[in-house]
Design a protein around this ligand. Structure first.
Ligand code: 26W
Length: 808
């Protein structure tokens, strides 16, 4: 790699042998040892990248996110460093199995789902493209809860991923510690020398933000970018005066109140709970990160900020870090004495906002009074931003007071609307798939679009092929390398060349064999975890994602019950055996989602033990679905379920991972499915369901009971559900779930899509019966997935928003 390079094997041995007693060495210990050796090994490249950023770059981007769902890092880092063979050989020589040591790594589960995993994929792509991008996030002591299933119910247990409070990949950078203020009050004071009015924020609490840096290794390009995660600490472990006054408990409690800020990730990904602690987390992230950037700037340029906007850009991952708009104003004005207009110009030239959801319940807003108590100075600034903004609105729509009311950052109920703050403070606003970005312009943010059409743009999501093909599916990686060379890893459009093999039966046979082996690997795991035996000749039909009504796991369950009832009636001519796999976590407070998990498990239990059913149908709930689970599930999937109500899923990213790994999709015209279908053509995609505009037109006219009356299959399904066939000793437990899908007010319009879903499923089953034709479609899915590489997405962000020079 370079002349500073350390002897990897010697270092590995050093860490492996550095155990007091080898008899008690566990796989976790070995994992930690190898991670430590690799971290040391990548240090020179990391240092060089930082030096390059410091000395050469003209512009730097910062990705601000409350979530980074990294998962495991060992395999990825080895692969990106190009040292897989070396490490494997060293392990073999020691008589150790790298495979089981890889599995011993805990997932860094610092995210809920799509938004957090996207941030992790983006970090990988930025480093692989050698772009100067730094991630800023929080070092939660507990990531997303671990899910246990007891009697079919989800049980949440704490995720202690930081064994003994350390993570082998991170480096503590306490020299960059800064302080974040909370509470207290503000007053204005006139500087006697300058005559300038200054605001003093006298906080009543200060919390230390201590950075821990995680290396982000680019793909074999000598680049190691940084993900900086903040850990909250008390300013002094014990306030001595309180201690001396004998209030030992009070002193320790202060310590805990500071530490609580980064104690746990909120396990919520679709509605905000309005808790003070969450607002503290958001401000803590934003303030520490911006102070970090400004301190660095001032060290290099002094307090001249005239070039700051040319040199820095902040990408806000949803509204969670949107206080950055107010905080950058505060720092520039209060700490560095800029005038309001100068500061506002800088803010509105450096902030860019990405929206990830259209669901109204997921849009963040905070009570003004909560903000006043916790963040008095940032609130003053938000109020001032709003005053300026509403003047602009009144110029655009003179006399239209309702426009001002609708657009105001602070609404009539005394809530601060974070999306409005983010849009007003940013020069760019983007959605995450073409359809989603159009809906932002035409619906959710229409007035803002009329005001500032130039701000709005689309950046269709993508996922990293390093993790989602090369690391997760080594057999496919090898086949691709043998067939196409290895350029596809950094230029995924190269996969198009696979099309040349679409009619090559020998090639298709190899293609199928890889899939079957991956299915076996998953089947072994499922057997070991759940005792359920899977036949890999069956179609593996998979829906893994957060459990949410808009994602309609319930529609999938209705189909499962439909298949079961067909089997029971003996209607099994031309049957295609299926394994239906579900996985996903429900937010702990989301009762309907938890009931959905219970229903899936109950249906699985009845179906799997029924002797009439046998291999015709198996149902699996895969517990504790997480990044590392997807790494095994996605290469083993034949059919990917992307069945959300059209207009509700902003993009989806699981859909892309499946496509790359040669799964076919059954899906609605929602999120990025639309663009997948465009790349694939209708003949390679099982399309069903109403379109977004049709769903909207249904509002107020939806009559699910009529649909049931017209459809004997639906009647049979509801009959089984209602007589308690899946709730024998738990009478009535599914009544609310059943009632919600029969409710004319059902926002997810599940039954409206039932018939077309069942038909599309039948087509999929039929198609699966021709292995050669299926493998051909599978190959085309992979071949046409190039545009869903996160590299393409990041190049789009860079071309339109960040405008960085790559540092290759
Ligand atoms: C305040 C509570 C909360 C927390 C997280 C509300 C909303 C969120 C996220 C915005 C939810 C999320 O993860 N959205 C997903 O983002 C993915 C990446 O862009 C998309 O692919 C998914 O469609 C979208 O649901």
């Amino acid at each position: 790699m370079n002349n500073e390079q350390i002897d990897l094997k010697a270092s590995l041995l050093h860490y492996l042998q550095n155990q007091l007693d080898r008899r008690f060495t566990t796989e976790q210990d070995y994992n930690r040892a190898v991670a430590s050796a690799i971290r040391d090994y990548l240090m020179p490249a990391w240092r060089e990248t930082l030096a390059r950023h410091h000395h050469q770059e003209k512009r730097h981007a910062y990705y601000l996110s409350m979530e980074f769902l990294i998962g495991r890092s060992l395999v990825n880092n080895m692969q990106n460093l190009g040292i897989e063979n070396e490490v494997t050989q060293a392990f073999n020589e020691l008589g150790l199995s790298l495979e089981s040591i890889q599995q011993a790594e805990a997932d860094a589960g610092l995210g809920n789902g799509g938004l957090g995993r996207l941030a992790a994929c983006f970090m990988d792509s930025c480093a692989s493209l050698a772009l100067p991008v730094t991630g800023y996030g929080l070092r939660y002591e507990y990531g997303l809860f671990r899910q246990l299933i007891k009697n079919g119910h989800q049980i949440e247990t704490p995720d202690c991923w930081l064994e003994f409070n350390s993570y082998p990949w991170e480096v503590n950078r306490k020299e960059y510690t800064c302080k974040v203020k909370f509470g207290g009050h503000c007053w204005t004071h006139k500087d006697p020398d300058t005559g300038r009015f200054e605001v003093i924020w006298q906080a009543d609490e200060e919390v230390l933000a201590v950075p821990f840096d995680v290396p982000i290794v680019g793909y074999q390009n000598n680049t190691v970018n940084t993900l900086r995660l903040w850990d909250a600490n008390a300013t002094e472990a014990f306030k001595l005066d309180e201690f001396n006054a004998g209030d030992y408990f009070e002193a320790v409690a202060t310590n805990n109140s500071a530490k609580s800020i980064t104690m746990v990730l909120y396990p919520n990904d679709s509605n905000q709970n309005g808790k003070t602690l969450r607002l503290r987390q958001q401000y803590f992230l934003v303030s520490a990160s911006l102070q970090d950037v400004l301190t660095h700037w001032v060290k290099k340029h002094g307090i001249d900020f005239s070039q700051f906007a040319q040199a820095n850009v902040f990408q806000l991952n949803d509204t969670h870090p949107s206080l950055a708009v107010a905080e950058l104003m505060r720092l520039l004005i209060d700490e560095y004495q800029l005038e309001w207009n100068q500061a506002w110009l800088i803010v509105t030239q450096t902030m860019a906002y990405t929206n990830h959801t259209l669901l109204p319940e997921a849009l963040e807003s905070w009570p003004v009074e909560m903000m006043r108590t916790l963040l008095p100075r940032p609130l003053e600034i938000i109020e001032e931003i709003n005053r300026h903004f509403l003047v602009q609105v009144s110029y655009k729509w003179p006399g239209e007071l309702d426009k001002q009311r609708q657009l105001s950052i602070i609404d009539g109920y005394g809530m601060v609307k974070m999306a409005h703050l983010a849009i007003v403070g940013s020069f760019s606003v983007n959605g995450v798939a073409a359809l989603h970005s159009e809906l932002l312009k035409s619906k959710l943010f229409n007035h803002f679009y009329q005001l500032w059409p130039h701000k709005f743009n689309n950046k269709t999501n993508g996922v990293t092929p390093r993790r989602w093909i090369a690391a997760a599916n080594p057999a496919l990686r090898n086949l691709l390398n043998d067939t196409l060379g290895s350029d596809w890893i950094t230029n995924l459009n190269q996969l198009e060349q696979l099309e040349a093999y679409q009619n090559d039966s020998a090639f298709l046979a190899r293609w199928r064999e890889i899939k079957q082996n991956n299915k076996q690997r998953l089947a072994d795991f499922v057997a070991q975890q759940t005792g359920i035996e899977l036949n890999i000749e069956a179609m593996f039909d998979v829906q893994v994602k957060r459990i949410h009504q808009y994602k309609r796991q319930i529609l999938n369950v209705l189909h499962v019950i439909h298949l079961y009832s067909q089997i029971k009636k003996g209607q099994t001519d031309n049957w295609t055996n299926r394994v239906v796999i579900f996985g996903g976590k429900a937010a702990p407070g989301y009762w309907m989602a938890k009931q959905t998990i219970k229903l899936i498990n109950n249906v699985a239990q009845i179906v799997n033990k029924d002797r009439d059913v046998g291999d015709k149908l198996k149902v699996v709930f895969y517990p504790d679905y997480r990044v590392s689970a997807m790494e095994m599930v996605c290469p083993a999937t034949d059919l990917s379920e992307q069945i959300s109500t059209a207009g509700k899923e902003a993009s989806g990213t699981g859909n892309m991972k499946f496509m790359m790994n040669g799964a076919l999709t059954i899906g609605t015209l929602d999120g990025a499915n639309v663009e997948m279908l465009e790349a694939l053509g209708q003949q390679n995609f099982f399309l069903f369901g109403l379109e977004a505009h049709q769903i909207q037109a249904l509002e107020g006219h939806y009559q699910p009971q009529d649909l049931i009356n017209q459809d004997t299959d639906l009647q049979a399904i509801f009959h089984l559900l209602e007589v308690g066939h899946f709730s024998l000793f738990e009478s009535g437990i599914f009544d609310p779930l059943i009632a919600s899908s029969k409710d004319p007010a059902d926002p997810w319009k599940t039954l409206a899509d039932f018939r077309s879903y069942i038909d599309a499923q039948a087509q999929a089953a039929q198609a699966y019966r021709d292995p050669q034709a299926w493998s051909r479609m599978s190959l085309l899915n992979c071949a046409r997935s190039g545009r869903f590489s996160a590299d393409r997405t990041i190049q789009d962000y860079n071309r339109d928003i960040w405008k960085l020079n790559d540092l290759k």
